[in-house]
Write a protein that binds this ligand. Structure first.
Ligand code: PMP
Length: 427
């Protein structure tokens, strides 16, 4: 099983048999509140009727169409819809099937772009410590999480990393983005001084790093990174696999932070988690660089059998419609102060060393337990939460929360009441 304590799971499996709205039902018939929107993807809640109907309708009409040299109308309809939600100038879309594929696609597009412009010496890719960009070789190479990297050989060559922005000494218990650390973006200047800008193709960061424990960008950090990228002709990629589609109360984190990258990677909420799909959105200059090569028989030698699969397109179109018709992004924005208030009330509980929040994302960082492996305390919290009827996610000693955007104020209260009890009793 992926990223799972397999032996432990087999001793006491946690099985889910159905779901609706904010809740799962476990195989032993218990109602479990979804505090994590699945894996950050079920933004409209489970079994949204509009999405269910759209998928049913699609399978009865066109189940599959080849993605190489052929297409179908929904693929173009979806790209137009997606582009309309992106920052201005981000006008073109390439479809994938997951966040990992979106990341590898984005990195390849960045290399391709420089080559098309006759600047093929720009091959170096820059990630960030503690970044998570999925599990492909590109993603783990630019990613910065030790256990995801160390068992898998030498990874991609020509990759370097910015320092991470997590700073408990200066920023613990910040509400929203932390105040200190914008200057950490200058780390890119250090890498330019080390490698020379003429060798660097792109920098990839998560605007808000989710999987690594909800690390927020210090105020001004992303703007500064954009400026440095511009100064040296380096492409900026935002990995928005968790932040796109409403998590911060806006269509993208780029919109939230008012910083436009050159490439955005998405997945997860694109289809509300119903059918796997990802999308990479690129700026006009990148698209034009590929299309300018009139001699190439095919502009981009890259793609997947299931790129823009009709079923995924139907699920995505219906998801985007559901988000819009239920005003879910605005709802997340409106609810976020309540979310922040209840979350930060946990700061007095034992062993809590930090609390972080933005939009409808929250993190509670716990002190590691003496004499046990890191993460043991949070793992126990997850098991206890499951027994108590609440799904949370843990990464190391950090509990991450990201409920479906349909969560009500009362459900927010219930979630934090349950969690408070769990953390109070947790040794
Ligand atoms: N990038 C980011 C920022 C992610 O959060 C994730 C998934 N958590 C991925 C990439 C990988 O997505 P997937 O699991 O769909 O391959």
């Amino acid at each position: 099983m992926p990223f799972t304590a397999n032996r432990d799971f087999l001793r006491k499996p946690r099985m889910i048999t159905s779901a609706e709205g904010m809740y799962y039902t476990s195989s032993d018939g218990r109602k479990i509140m979804d505090g994590t929107a699945g894996l950050w993807c079920v933004n409209a809640g489970h079994r949204d009727p509009h999405i269910v109907e759209a998928v049913k309708h699609q399978v009865n009409k066109l189940d599959y169409a080849p993605s190489f040299q052929f297409s179908h109308p929904q693929a173009f309809e979806l790209s137009s819809k997606l582009v309309s939600m992106m920052p201005e100038g981000m006008d073109h879309v390439f479809f994938t099937n997951s966040g990992s594929e979106s990341v590898d696609t984005a990195l390849k597009i960045a290399l391709h772009y420089h080559r098309m412009r006759g600047d093929g010496s720009r091959t170096r890719l820059i990630g960030r410590e503690r970044g998570y960009h999925g599990t492909g070789f590109g993603g783990i190479s630019v990613g910065g999480i030790l256990p995801n990297r160390k068992h898998f050989g030498t990874l991609l060559t020509g990759v370097d990393h910015l320092r991470h922005t997590h700073d408990l000494d200066r920023n613990a218990f910040s509400r929203g983005c932390p105040k200190y650390g914008a200057e950490l973006a200058d780390d890119l200047e250090r890498l330019v001084a080390l490698h020379d800008a003429s060798t660097i193709a792109a920098v990839i960061v998560e605007p808000l790093a989710g999987s690594t424990g909800v690390l927020l960008p210090p105020v001004g950090y992303l703007k500064r990174l954009r400026e440095i990228c511009d100064k040296y002709g380096i492409l900026l990629i935002f990995d928005e696999v968790i932040t796109a589609f409403g998590r911060l109360g806006t269509a993208t984190a780029a919109e939230y932070f008012d910083v436009t990258p050159d490439i955005i990677t998405t997945a997860k909420g694109l289809t509300n988690g119903v059918i796997p799909m990802g999308a990479v959105i690129v700026s006009d200059k990148i698209y034009k660089s590929a299309m300018a090569n009139a001699d190439a028989p095919i502009e981009l030698f890259h793609g997947y059998t299931y790129s823009a699969n009709p079923m995924s397109c139907a699920a995505a179109l219906a998801s985007l419609e559901s988000y819009a018709s239920n005003d879910l992004f605005q709802r997340a924005a409106l609810l976020s102060p309540t979310w922040e208030k209840h979350l930060h009330a946990l700061s007095e509980l034992p062993n809590v060393v930090d609390i972080r929040n933005l939009g409808l994302v929250g993190a509670i960082e716990l002190a590691p337990r003496q004499g046990e492996a890191p993460g043991a305390r949070a793992y126990e919290a997850m098991l206890r939460a499951w027994d108590a009827g609440l799904m949370i996610r843990v990464t190391g000693d950090i509990i991450a929360l990201s409920p479906p955007l349909i969560i009500t104020e009362i459900q927010v209260e219930t979630l934090f009441e349950q969690l408070t009890k769990i953390l109070k009793d947790l040794p």
